[in-house]
Design a protein around this ligand. Structure first.
Ligand code: ZN
Length: 387
């Protein structure tokens, strides 16, 4: 991989950074949970505390992160809530339009989504605000899908959009993927008419977040960092919200285009984030998992894992689970497991038929109590992976 070393901080310009996480398993997890051949290496700026990939991927590597198989943008994610299923696009449409004044959307005429995917969120905004002209840009092949569905989505970089035309620009889960957030935000500002609004939402490091372990997330922002980016890139912060009830590690920021500041410098101590604590906690959990796996292998136990989503991806990328001979995966929806597994996926109740003796819990820790109650009567030993 011919990554270029990153010489200075994109936000404050400081030349020095300290290592935060270095995992050299040769496997790394992407934000769509696919495990790719790479090492994970993140650093923290010694001045402003912004966490970033230690090296910036070159174009070829970056493209390899977002090939046709990159699935996050292509489909709409469903959240299973107590009130029934909710689409990710519905949730973001409500959050963006309601959190800081619906009047802003009622007043707007022309609006641009940057990173529009297949148009799922555009569809929600068009339905909710029929007076609004919503256009999009998308670098990936989903742009074609969006056009086939009747949306105006151009497959080109935002730099090619007309300047000074849009009342609102919005951008969901994109900023953490770009090589220079400063340059990208400056381009977004140019698209806005004077006084136009920018809505940004992406993972926040104000609260614990796994996304530190996503190889394709190049930056990890706390609120302090985003506020400084606003100042640096010619915006006034109108408001922000940390955490949505269904997406606690996402934040939403509303900025208004204003005159560009003449000079920008980071003042004061590093911005606050949970990055160092999260890195330590998850690294310890993965180390403990390696010890558990070594013990199980030594004792010749038959091992399955429950849960094949994010925590499984994390463990498969960054611990010896990636090469461990699992007997099977367990899931309540065996057909929905990830592609390319080397073992069968069964319902948990079938595990005794396969002689399973031990089950790793590769799911969010909030599910542990109910899973332990459910799996223990099946006669298996249960091993939580996260603390
Ligand atoms: Zn910095």
């Amino acid at each position: 991989m011919s990554d270029q070393p990153m010489h200075q901080c994109d936000l404050c310009g400081h030349p020095e950074a300290e290592s935060l996480i270095r995992l050299g398993t040769g496997r790394a997890m992407r934000s769509d949970r696919v495990v790719v051949a790479a090492d994970l290496d993140k650093s923290r700026c010694c001045c402003c505390g912004l966490v970033r990939s230690t090296t910036l991927p070159d174009d070829t590597t970056l493209r390899s992160y977002y090939g046709d198989e990159y699935t996050v943008a292509a489909s709409d994610y469903v959240f299973w809530t107590a009130d029934g299923p909710l689409l990710r696009s519905e949730i973001f449409c409500s959050w963006l339009s309601e959190a800081m004044g619906v009047f802003r959307w009622e007043k707007a005429k022309r609006c641009l989504e940057v990173g529009a995917g297949a148009g799922a969120l555009m569809e929600q905004f068009v339905r909710r605000f029929p007076h609004l002209t919503v256009e999009g840009v998308e670098l990936g092949p989903e742009a074609k899908v969006a056009r086939e569905r009747g949306f105006t989505v151009r497959q080109s970089p935002v730099e090619e959009e007309p300047e000074g035309q849009f009342d609102i620009v919005y951008c969901i889960a994109v900023l953490e993927h770009v090589r220079s957030p400063s340059a990208f935000l400056a381009e977004l500002r140019k698209r806005l008419r004077p006084g136009g609004l920018l809505y940004l939402s992406q993972p926040t490091q104000d609260v614990p977040s796994y996304d530190l372990f996503f190889v394709d997330h190049l930056y990890h922002f706390g609120t302090d960092h985003l506020r400084a980016y606003a100042r640096k890139c010619g915006f006034r912060e109108l408001g922000f919200v940390v955490g949505h009830r269904l997406m606690p590690n996402f934040s939403l920021h509303l900025w208004q285009a204003e005159d560009l500041a003449d000079d920008f410098a980071w003042h004061g101590p590093p911005g606050r984030t949970d990055c160092a604590a999260a890195a330590q906690r998850i690294s310890n959990d993965l180390h403990r998992l390696d010890e558990t796996l070594a013990d199980l292998q030594r004792r010749g136990r038959v091992v399955a894992t429950f849960g094949l989503n994010e925590v499984f991806g994390l463990a498969r990328a960054y611990s010896n689970l990636g090469t461990y001979p699992l007997c099977c995966g367990l899931s309540d929806d065996p057909a929905a497991g990830p592609a390319g597994l080397s073992f069968p996926v069964l319902r948990p109740e079938a595990c005794s038929d396969h002689g399973v003796e031990d089950v790793l819990l590769t799911v969010n820790a909030i599910y542990y109590p109910q899973l332990i109650r459910r799996l223990t009567p099946l006669g298996v030993a249960v091993h939580p992976v996260l603390t």
